[in-house]
Design a protein around this ligand. Structure first.
Ligand code: ARG
Length: 439
């Protein structure tokens, strides 16, 4: 059963065999493994390294293996070292000796590298689609909710903004996240097939042909590099980590906003859970899990960075440890994006509570200072005058706009009747936030 048994006098130790096997993890790559092999065989035929009949037999059998895996008649299990051994053993079982020619001019080192690149590329494109879905959920919510809300710094009420502007901040973060994933795909879009184990092959093969058939821009420029780097997985996981950091911040806000302290949004029942003891509880678990799972994605990135950092060129078996963290990060990002889209699309926005919150907390204090500047007061002086207006308001339990003109004039003779219009919240918004809004 071993692809490499010839040189060995003894059986592999059973513990070692289990320790070495990656089938339970890399079985995900079966389709890419078969696609890569088909391209390889087609090229071998074109380069007269296989006869057309041999090529046809192998390709047809590879296709039937893929079909059987997909219709459930060929489960990927058993005592195989990895997905490559599994596919090749099954091929031999089906067509006998011809199958033994499949691995001509190829190593598992370039084979696995091409499998992962194909898989990562396709899955990263799915991530791009999920990002776009979340962007449209945010855009739609933003469009429907151009309502006034407090903006915060240090989680203290700061200046007035709109819920639309706030949601669109995340829309813009996601726009860059999407571009980062696309950039990573662009950089990794080269085929390692034909690098062999590390030094190419003495056979006259055609790497351009396989690169083209597999949809890569070109073959890689250096064989040692092609089989021994996983920077493309690291780059994707870095983009995923940044993306998760954004989703985690949004989650944190949803958790705060849905609390009794804020009541700015209501998360739909479908994305919440309850408590086994406290009957009244409705917890924002989906958002908490996204925030929590962000740690896993960072962990996956750190794990592979650490695996790679001390490896001499070229391939080392350590690199088999690339798949688990990558799959983990990928799955987490995909499910988090989907859940977040649904949570945003279904949440209710409690605009009245946002409006109420705007009225408490002196969110127009900066604009009172701006008003004074417009009357000729230096900004630093204006800042200090408004500071004492705020103290006065706190002592008298009033908002600035609730003070009478006489009270305001006591603080500064420059204040006139036109101040009320100047510091009205909607007017502030219309004058202040000029970008980042939906048309
Ligand atoms: N399962 C291996 C991996 O994922 C495939 C490559 C094995 N290469 C080798 N020389 N043993 O990295």
């Amino acid at each position: 059963m071993k692809l490499w048994g010839g040189r060995f006098r003894k059986e592999e130790n059973k513990l070692m065999e289990d320790f070495n096997s990656s089938l339970h993890v890399d079985k995900r790559l079966y389709a890419e493994d078969i696609t890569g092999s088909i391209a390889h065989v087609n090229m071998l035929v074109q380069c007269s390294l296989l006869t057309p009949k041999e090529g046809e037999d192998i390709v047809q059998s590879l296709i039937s293996i893929r079909e059987d895996i997909e219709n459930g008649t060929l489960p990927i299990e058993g005592n195989y070292e990895d997905i490559h051994s599994f596919v090749e053993s099954n091929l031999t079982h089906r067509i006998g000796d011809t199958a033994k020619k499949l691995h001509t001019a190829r190593s598992r080192n370039d084979q696995v590298a091409v499998d992962i690149r194909l898989y990562a590329k396709n899955k990263a494109l799915e991530v791009v689609e999920y990002i776009e879905e979340l962007q449209s959920s945010l855009e739609k919510k933003a469009r429907e909710n151009n309502v006034i809300m407090p903006g915060y710094t240090h989680l203290q009420r700061a200046q007035v903004v709109t819920f639309q502007h706030h949601l669109l901040a995340y829309y813009n973060m996601l726009k860059r996240d999407r571009q980062r994933v696309l950039n990573a795909i662009d950089i990794m879009d080269e085929s390692p097939l034909g690098c062999g184990a590390l030094a190419g092959t003495t056979h006259q093969i055609n790497r351009e042909m396989t690169a083209k058939e597999l949809g890569f821009k070109k073959p890689v420029d250096n064989f040692l590099d092609g089989v021994s780097d996983r920077d493309y997985l690291l780059e994707l996981m870095s983009s995923f980590s940044i993306l998760m950091m954004h989703l985690s911040r949004l989650s944190e806000e949803l958790i705060l906003w849905s609390s009794q302290e804020f009541r700015f949004v209501t998360i739909d029942d479908a994305y919440s859970t309850g408590s086994s003891i406290m009957p009244q509880k409705k917890n924002p678990d989906a958002a908490e899990l996204i925030r929590g799972k962000t740690g896993r994605v960072y962990g996956s990135l750190t794990s592979l960075l650490t695996t790679m950092k001390g490896l001499p060129l070229a391939y080392n078996k350590d690199m088999q440890e690339d798949k688990e963290p990558f799959f983990e990060a990928l799955d987490t990002v995909q499910s988090s994006l989907q859940i977040m889209s649904k949570m945003i699309a279904t949440m209710k926005v409690n605009s009245e509570n946002m409006k109420k919150a705007v009225k408490e907390g002196f969110l127009n204090a900066t604009e009172v200072a701006d008003y004074l500047v417009s009357k000729g007061v230096a900004f630093r002086d204006a800042h200090s005058i408004v500071g004492s207006i705020v103290i006065y308001c706190e002592d008298h339990q009033k908002a600035i706009e609730e003070l009478s003109l006489a009270e305001l004039k006591q603080q500064s003779p420059f204040i006139e009747d036109d101040i009320y219009e100047f510091i009205e919240y909607r007017n502030i918004l219309n004058k202040g936030i000029k970008v980042g809004l939906l048309k």
